[in-house]
Design a protein around this ligand. Structure first.
Ligand SMILES: Nc1nc2c(ncn2[C@@H]2O[C@H](COP(=O)(O)OP(=O)(O)OP(=O)(O)O)[C@@H](O)[C@H]2O)c(=O)[nH]1
Ligand SMILES: [Mg+2]
Length: 176
């Protein structure tokens, strides 16, 4: 793990939810972080130094087909990452905009709460929502965030929706 010499932003969520694609979009790069249509692509914590801060791309959780031993290894990696002394400014907790938060998302958010780690919820792949689904999902996510006392935004690595909003948030937590 790199020395914690600068503010850090971590990207967390289920496998295939679009964590690596989000990092590329935020940094305006095509394939800095490796993405894949098959879940389980990011199998370790990948760090990206971007001058004033560092991004950490976490392995995704919740993919049923990953062998149990591998799941445990990933869980240890992520727990080890959060347990280490880092200048953690924000976790971007990503969920698929088309779905309600799954049990493991709720558990992850509970963990962030319990550890007092600031987080924002990003609903990814929002380009896949039609107008009526978007209305429904807005309500679902608003309710979830109200309970968790968290902010949320829609994000799409395809259309760029949410990019400026998230960049602004990252800049503000890094300056703070
Ligand atoms: N339509 C659409 N597809 C997306 C978006 N973001 C990611 N994808 C696609 O979803 C798939 C998974 O994206 P990744 O960024 O690799 O997902 P990940 O969360 O890093 O996955 P793991 O590393 O396996 O945990 C890829 O095929 C991406 O092209 C998005 O905003 N819209
Ligand atoms: Mg990934």
């Amino acid at each position: 793990m790199p020395w914690p010499d600068r503010p850090e932003i971590a990207f967390s969520g289920r496998s295939n939810v679009g964590k690596s694609a989000m990092i590329n979009k935020l940094l305006n790069r095509k394939s800095l972080a490796r993405t894949s249509s098959s879940p389980g692509k990011t199998a370790t914590v990948n760090f990206y130094n971007i001058g004033f801060c560092r991004f950490a791309d976490l392995p995704g959780y919740g993919y049923a087909k990953v062998p149990r031993k591998e799941k445990l290894r990933w869980a240890e990696l992520v727990e080890g990452y959060f347990a280490s002394q880092r200048d953690m400014r924000l976790v971007v907790q990503i969920i698929d905009a088309r779905r309600a938060p799954a049990k493991d998302d709720v558990d992850m958010v509970g963990f962030l709460h319990a550890q007092n780690i600031p987080f924002i919820l990003a609903a990814s792949k929002c380009d896949k929502l039609n107008v009526s689904d978007r209305r429904t999902q807005t309500k679902v996510l608003q309710d979830f965030c109200r309970c968790q006392n968290a902010e949320f935004l829609f994000f799409s690595s395809l259309t760029g929706e949410g990019v400026q909003q998230l960049r602004k948030k990252i800049l503000s937590v890094c300056r703070g």
